[in-house]
Design a protein around this ligand. Sequence first.
Ligand code: NA7
Length: 552
Amino acid sequence: MSTVASAESSTQGNVGKQTRGQPEVDFDAIVIGAGFGGLRMLHELRELGMSARVIEAASDVGGTWYYNRYPGARTDSEAWVYAFSFSKEIQDTWDWSERYPGQAEARAYLQYVADFCDMRRDIQFDTRVRSARYDEQTKTWRVDTSDGRTHTCSYLVTATGPLSTPYKPDFPGIDDFAGEWYLTGNWPKEPVSFTGKRVAVIGTGATAVQAIPLIAQTAAEVTVFQRTPNYVLPARNAPLTDYEREAYRANYDTIWEKTRRHFFAFDFEAAGRNVADVDEAERRRILERYWETGTFRFLFETFDDIFTDEQANEVVAEFVREKIRAIVEDPATAELLCPKDHPLGAKRPPLGHFYYETYNRDNVQLISVRDNPITAISRDGVMVGETEYPADIIVFATGFDAVTGTLKQMDIRGRGGVSLNEHWAAGPQTYLGICSDGFPNLFMVGGPQSPFANIPVVIDGCVEWIGRALGHLRDGRHRTIEPTPQAVAAWRDHMDDLVNQTVLPRAAGSWFMGGNIPGKPRVVLFYFGGAGAYRDECNAAADRGFEGFSIS
Ligand code: NA7
């Protein structure tokens, strides 16, 4: 165990100490990122009585919610489960105003948490981690930051978020574009006006689905470039009333228990039936009911085999296509919007806020670039072969180098100076999605091969586990923890087994599988056995004395 400073001493910044003959470090732990993961981790470290420094590239807390300020940005999780469960006081004093919080509110929530817990004193803003090297001699990490400083710590925790490195295709000609262009994942702080402008939106993922209906309100024209249509489910957002807030507060114990068990970490129930268990009329009644309910209940409380049975999936997918055809007036546009090349849920389905309805506006047109890709950006717009679509503003809603992108940007080196990039050249190598072999005392919150699910709940489980591991090291006076290569290899095989039991591998180009970035290894990036099962697996490994880990 390295230096253990009291929670109080963490207020003092560099608290280098030497106790029990251990090497001096600046902090017990350095956490990278001050979004949901980083703040939750800081809280855990304080509970353990460890000193910590959080290093954050942005000027404030928020992570995703700091950068994603594009119009319409909001959660697809319902407010009351897109939150921390560690503090009843925060639960009782923070009022969510809408069923799905918008970007400003999600960010304000994290600011509230940071202030409530007096976290900012342990966070260094406007600073990027450039590199982190494990020193085998001292068994410590040396972390170099963009301000030219080096900090040492016993434990390095990455909480950089799975969707934090935006991806912009390298279209030729962008430098000559006469108008403005924006990347949704790194939106300016100043408001962007679309009024009277011709706007090109590239992409139709969850981000574009949120942005397009709002941009269309004031723009003169919106041209949407769609490569792959998505199954967009209605969100049915609404203001929350005091009664609703009172109800979820009163039920929080049950709500959190449900989220911890649920496959995607929501407070949903299993449907208890498969598609084939009911006749056509009953099936339609169930699907209609959940279509009206909004949120992802449509995927989870209708039928239990949507993700695992292709025929069942197709029945529900066709129901969605029927809805698209019913909503969108122009039959040709409706048909273009109907996804036919991948099962429902195989790519991340967005929640929509009058998304399909927006295509009934006179100022919105949809261009399919599936067979005729965008070839260049011209001075005046977007080129699809010889055809130019004029634009004053281009919005790139083209996604992220998901899960591994940000980790690989930092030069993280473990034993023998081996970099994470080298070690992960063929895809991430982790055990439990938390640790990687050859990288002692490196922990990842929401890292690769952990579940894709409602992320605050996933983070909570990861952080609790890390807290257990750190407590185990401290109590046993151990210095390092590191997974065995065997455990890592078995975990990778397990990831493949789990995803192969679902319809997910049927979607080419899904960022779940690294398929959206040219040249990225095509491997499953998440644990798809369910967030509840994941928590059980992590706890079981800890219960068995951190089986699969070398502890020294
Ligand atoms: P996504 O879901 O990865 O969407 C990116 C979109 O950009 C998607 O429609 C892509 O089409 C499209 N894209 C990417 N490159 C191109 C090119 N070259 N030409 C045309 N279209 C392109 O990212 P989002 O930001 O929307 O959502 C990410 C997650 O953030 C979301 O799921 C939430 O969890 C939060 P494709 O589908 O690859 O054919």
